[in-house]
Design a protein around this ligand. Structure first.
Ligand code: AMP
Ligand code: MG
Length: 312
């Protein structure tokens, strides 16, 4: 299939309305969207990405009014978090309406809902006229794309259209909060920090290793965000000078490819694109400087750790 490139949200939305799959920019990463109510279109997302069928999709809305199409039970905590942080990089997990095809939620009785804040994403979603289910627009397991070029690198010829926007401003996926339990639980760290969530709902918990009784977020068990290169946390072990380095401080060694970031925001924004650059250069290993695990640092370290896990 030929992948159409466009900068016009209306043209991209037309393809969604006809049952196609479209990659589109958001403030977190680029998503790969389809009409939530069109099962055939949703299947195409899983096919194009090679995504395991047990990994649920997040549904994206343009407008608060669309929530009632997706759930009959927007819980108190979901409502409070949406009021505080939407539109923005937050996903609330709530009970799913029976109208939502179960393929979109990987058979779960819950659904993750997000309202992006990036203007072009909002224009696109409004023009679609339906909620749009969308995981990140990468081949499953690869780093999420933060540019339209990175989307093409993975999915050219496998999807109907790419809506071209700027580089994603945040560069890490949304904060996912399970609002079906009391207190709510953070399933995936993101740029909206646990500290910010607790300012709204003081009891918010973090998922920890004791939470094995119920795999609340099936996607979490899959390998994620990984470049082909071997990711190493810090400079421990043998430092390969043919390797690469990304971090806040300049290291003592020289590396073949380096990125020194001004601050945590730049580190988060650049991480995935840096991983991809290293793969293009055929670099064997990437050293990532560890950061303190508070605020955005928690989300950043979560992604670095997952990228560093050996393939399962
Ligand atoms: P991505 O593929 O990067 O967009 O990530 C989507 C992720 O959101 C999934 O892998 C899950 O971790 C999480 N998620 C989406 N829907 C749900 C849900 N209903 N319950 C729990 N987690 C969810
Ligand atoms: Mg993803």
């Amino acid at each position: 299939m030929k992948t159409l490139l466009t900068t016009l949200p209306e043209d991209a939305a037309e393809i969604i309305r006809r049952g196609g799959v479209v990659a589109f920019p958001t403030e977190t990463v680029y998503g790969l969207g389809a009409d939530i109510f069109n099962e055939g279109a949703i299947e195409k997302i899983f096919e194009a990405k090679g995504r395991p069928a047990d990994n649920p999709l997040i549904v994206h809305i343009a407008d608060i009014a669309q929530i009632r199409l997706l759930t009959d039970d927007l819980t108190f905590s979901a409502d409070a978090l949406f009021r505080a942080f939407a539109p923005g990089p937050i996903t609330v997990v709530v009970p799913r309406s029976s109208k939502v095809p179960s393929i979109a939620t990987a058979g779960l009785e819950t659904i993750g809902i997000r309202m992006p804040r990036l203007a072009i994403a909002r224009e696109f979603l409004s023009a679609c006229g339906v909620p749009v289910a969308a995981p990140s627009a990468n081949i499953s397991g690869r780093p999420s794309p933060t540019t339209w070029q990175a989307v093409l690198e993975d999915l050219n010829g496998r999807i109907d259209c790419v809506l071209q926007g700027n580089e994603s401003e945040i560069g890490l996926e949304s904060t996912v909060v399970d609002c079906t339990s009391d207190p709510p639980v953070v399933l995936r760290a993101g740029s909206i920090s646990v500290e910010q969530l607790r300012a709204v709902i003081p009891g918010v918990r973090q998922l920890d290793s004791n939470d094995v009784e119920r795999p609340r977020s099936p996607g979490l068990k899959h390998r994620h965000y990984s470049p082909l290169a071997n990711v190493v946390i810090g400079l421990r072990g043998s430092v390969n000078e043919n390797g690469a380095y990304i971090g806040l401080r300049r290291p003592e060694h020289e590396f073949r490819h380096m990125r020194i970031c001004e601050d945590l925001n730049e580190y988060a924004r650049s991480l995935y694109e840096f991983f991809r650059e290293c793969d293009r250069l055929g670099i064997p290993s990437i050293h990532c400087e560890p950061v303190e695990e508070t605020g955005l640092g928690l989300a950043l370290m979560d992604r670095i750790r997952r990228a560093a896990e050996p393939a399962s």
